[in-house]
Design a protein around this ligand. Structure first.
Ligand SMILES: [Zn+2]
Length: 167
């Protein structure tokens, strides 16, 4: 009956490391389908409205408004009381730790080149209570963070630390 419910487990853990090199991915702002990555080295001078970034699903219906947006997808190693393992954290959970949307973070990081590294470092050692869901199909590589609660009373989201640090 409820057999399709994903298996979840809640546990206390410590953040060991955060992969700051790929914090987010691009989706169509209308249908939220993943868009192909453009060249990572392209700089801000390239127009974001270039046709290559348009969503091929929405573009047929509504060419002008299918702008891309970013969502968090963060790989993170965590240590439970028994093991260290890698989990993947998508937008809703990552916003709790980063304190802003992926677009806001990316815009901030464009002005402050080491933001991603700094944010990742700042999260290391944080105690979290996470709810993980086990992938049912067995194809997904990592358990997924369904929800996350920082446990330290003085916890501040990454973007707040960065804003203070970089003024
Ligand atoms: Zn679309």
């Amino acid at each position: 009956m409820e057999g399709d419910k994903p298996l979840t487990a809640t546990l206390m853990c410590t953040v060991v490391a955060v992969d700051h090199t790929h914090l987010c991915y691009r989706v169509c702002s209308l249908c939220e389908k993943t868009l192909p990555e453009t060249d990572k080295n392209n700089n801000t001078s390239s127009s974001s409205s270039s046709l290559s970034s348009a969503c091929k699903y929405c573009n047929a219906f509504n060419p002008v408004s299918s702008n891309p947006k970013r969502l968090f997808r963060v790989l993170m190693s965590i240590a439970s009381d028994t093991k260290v393992f890698v989990v993947v954290m998508f937008d809703r959970a990552a916003r709790v730790l980063f304190g802003c949307s992926a677009d806001e973070f990316f815009d901030f990081a464009k002005l402050h080149p080491f933001s991603a590294e700094t944010a990742a470092k700042a999260l290391e050692g944080e105690m979290l209570r996470v709810t993980l869901s086990k992938p049912k199909n067995g194809n997904a590589q990592h358990q997924r963070v369904v929800s996350v609660v920082p446990l330290r009373s003085g916890f501040r989201p990454a973007i707040e630390n960065l804003r203070e640090l970089y003024g």
